[in-house]
Design a protein around this ligand. Structure first.
Ligand code: NAG
Ligand code: NAG
Ligand code: NAG
Ligand code: NAG
Ligand code: NAG
Ligand code: CU
Length: 581
């Protein structure tokens, strides 16, 4: 272990200050009990594209069904040649629990009721908890859990507040009130996802399997241009590192041993799983398919492309629903928790095999090739069938406008909130955490928006990495992004960023520019690039205007945080308390 510690140290010194380098441990070490952060043993070599893409079980809320979903300890095969993997997974029963959990299908404007139960009877988590990172820490042991429906407009008591956790042994967090959650679904049809949000161990719980998809379906029939039924495919992406015996490899040894002996700044796995299988394949007909994708990984950003130039992606939606106009692109970017809704026309590649590839370097965007070994550059394969005279015709052309344009929101009286993102490091320059405006989760609430108000939020990213920022309760749009000189900041420090200020103490050198393509549409999670100010327009109202169908000012309130789970767990998370004017 000392050897790796020294290697990491030397490499970190010789490279840029804050990016620790990856040192691959020897595969012979695969039986060792220590797994070293950012120097994990490579996963076993597994043949790609041998497993079929799993079709996730669907449960519909039609006819007012009330569901009970528990978390259970299960075993599931993640690849043909691997023994079954132990997971904590959601399901209506222990027998049907799966990773990812069942896909829940709600209907727009029809409330869904779910009772979320904890059936994990392990006294200790299957992964190493770092007690120096503040966490739920239940008195009687066990695995605490609490469920957040990501992207949902819902009451705070149903939002999965980090301190509202509970165990199977009766311990609860101080904000716990109920296991019975309600989701009004009064928002545009889109794909959300449910996942764990427990204080300080979200990274462990989601990696262990606690995640699933949730689709809000429209009441009315879909327009004919949207491929549906057999031609709609959901894709849940996650990267994991695995041992030969099928176990998930999560670091037991941290990077900054003095400060956080077990916490790793970013978890990157070298096995890419889709719907719970490593590098699966899907047989498709030579026609259009709609794909609804979420990046459920801890820290890895995916940049998707196809192994052909004959067809590409037609992006039709993002986190919050349909885009106004389709985007014809050859690559798509999804940071943790972001959703993509896109169409691929396979009629242009009948009879061919197409690989869905990943080219993002991580930590995103400048990254390190060592965290992006060849195994992470393939995601899955599409085996496109030849034309058959009995095939139904392809779906009709995609219209130039997908929906009514959004009304323009006036920024006249908007409140500005300026937030910095900083990375803190120990004496050896190993990251020990990241903070929002230099505050921790435990600091008193400072973001107290009025119901119905409009705000402009600025994320000033002073770290070397992109952070996918997630705000609960509402959706937002990106106003603009503005570059500043990060080198100047690192050398001299800058303390004034407000309103594009450019005088002494500022590092801003250029005007704001148009947001990137991946910033388009209604978002609940947004990539804040390093060296940029990312400005958002937030409207603290329900999507359809008027009043929320619940009291949004009620306790315990909401939150915003980085969706790199390893950051979120280590204080890159802040509370929000809504206020009535
Ligand atoms: C690791 O464990 C496996 C199974 O227990 C065993 O066959 C193998 O020899 C071990 N390898 C080393 C390097 O100890
Ligand atoms: C859903 O409910 C909202 C708020 O009551 C309303 O404005 C909207 O028109 C409804 N949509 C549908 C499709 O019923
Ligand atoms: C902004 O505030 C002023 C003063 O209260 C008010 O007259 C004006 O209508 C407001 N503008 C908008 C767009 O709300
Ligand atoms: C952050 O806060 C700490 C005290 O909590 C202070 O020592 C430090 O200088 C602050 N850093 C920045 C960049 O403001
Ligand atoms: C940023 O600041 C550094 C240090 O002062 C300087 O060398 C560099 O030219 C600046 N870069 C830009 C794009 O202005
Ligand atoms: Cu982050």
């Amino acid at each position: 272990m000392d050897f790796f510690r020294v290697c990491v140290l030397v490499l970190a010194w010789t490279c840029c200050l804050f990016h620790p380098r990856l040192v691959l441990a020897d595969a012979d070490d695969s039986n060792s009990t220590n797994s070293i952060c950012q120097a994990m043993v490579p996963s076993p070599k597994l043949e790609m594209f041998v497993d079929k893409l799993p079709k996730l079980r669907k449960i519909s809320f039609a006819n007012g069904k009330k569901l009970t979903i528990g978390v259970y300890k299960i075993k599931q095969k993640l690849h043909r040649d691997l023994p079954p993997t132990t997971l904590y997974a959601y399901g209506t029963t222990a027998r049907t629990a799966s990773y990812p959990g069942p896909t829940l299908e709600a209907i727009q404007n029809v409330t869904s009721h779910i009772r979320w139960e904890n059936h994990i009877h392990d006294k200790e988590h299957m992964f190493t908890v770092d007690p120096t990172v503040m966490w739920a820490n239940p008195k009687k042991g066990g695995v605490p859990m609490v469920v957040h429906l990501h992207g949902a407009e819902t009451a705070a008591v149903s939002d999965g507040y980090p301190d509202a956790w509970y165990t199977a042994f009766g311990d609860t967090g101080h904000a716990y009130t109920t296991k019975d959650y309600q989701y009004p679904n009064q928002q545009s049809p889109t794909m959300l996802w449910y996942h764990d949000h427990t204080f300080g161990i979200t990274r462990l719980n989601i990696l262990s399997g606690m995640a699933g998809l949730y689709i809000i379906r429209p009441k009315e029939k879909l327009p004919a241009w949207i491929p549906h039924k057999n031609y709609e495919v959901t894709l849940f992406l996650q990267d994991k590192a695995l041992y030969n015996d099928g176990r998930i490899n999560f670091p037991t040894v941290g990077l900054s041993l003095r400060n956080h002996p077990h916490w790793c700044p970013e978890y990157f796995g070298d096995v890419i799983l889709v719907n719970g299988k490593a590098w699966p394949y899907l047989v498709v007909k030579p026609r259009k398919y709609r794909f609804r994708l979420v990046n459920g990984g801890n820290a890895r950003v995916f940049e998707l492309s196809l192994s052909t130039h004959k067809t590409g992606f037609i992006q039709i939606g993002t986190d919050g629903g349909l885009l106004e106009k389709p985007m014809y692109v050859s690559s798509l970017i999804a940071a943790p928790a972001e959703r993509l809704d896109f169409i691929i026309d396979f009629s242009l590649v009948a009879g061919e095999d197409i690989i869905l590839k990943n080219s993002a370097l991580v930590p995103y965007p400048d990254g390190d090739p060592a965290f992006t070994p060849p195994s992470t550059q393939s995601i899955m394969k599409f085996k496109v069938k030849k034309f058959d005279k009995d095939d139904a015709p392809n779906s009709p052309a995609i219209p130039a406008m997908l929906r009514k344009p959004d009304p323009v929101i006036s920024l006249e009286n908007a409140t500005w909130r300026t937030n910095t993102m900083i990375e803190i490091a120990d004496e050896d320059d190993f990251p020990t955490g990241s903070l929002l405006s230099n505050l921790t989760w435990m600091d008193p609430v400072t973001d107290i928006p009025y119901l119905g108000s409009t705000e402009i939020w600025e994320f000033i990213n002073l770290t070397p990495d992109a952070h996918p920022m997630h705000i609960h309760l509402i959706k937002f749009k990106v106003l603009n992004i503005q570059p500043f000189n990060l080198t100047l900041y690192e050398e001299k420090g800058c303390h004034r960023f407000e309103h594009s200020y450019r005088g002494p103490g500022s590092c801003i050198t250029e005007d704001p520019v148009e947001p990137k393509a991946y910033h388009a549409g209604w978002k609940d999670t947004v990539i804040a690039l390093p060296g940029y100010i990312t400005r958002l327009v937030l409207h603290w109202s329900p999507e359809y205007g008027g009043e929320f169908p619940f009291d949004a000012t009620a306790k315990p309130g909401y939150l915003w945080h980085c969706h790199i789970l390893d950051h979120e767990d280590n204080d890159m998370m802040r509370p929000i308390q809504m206020l009535r004017r």
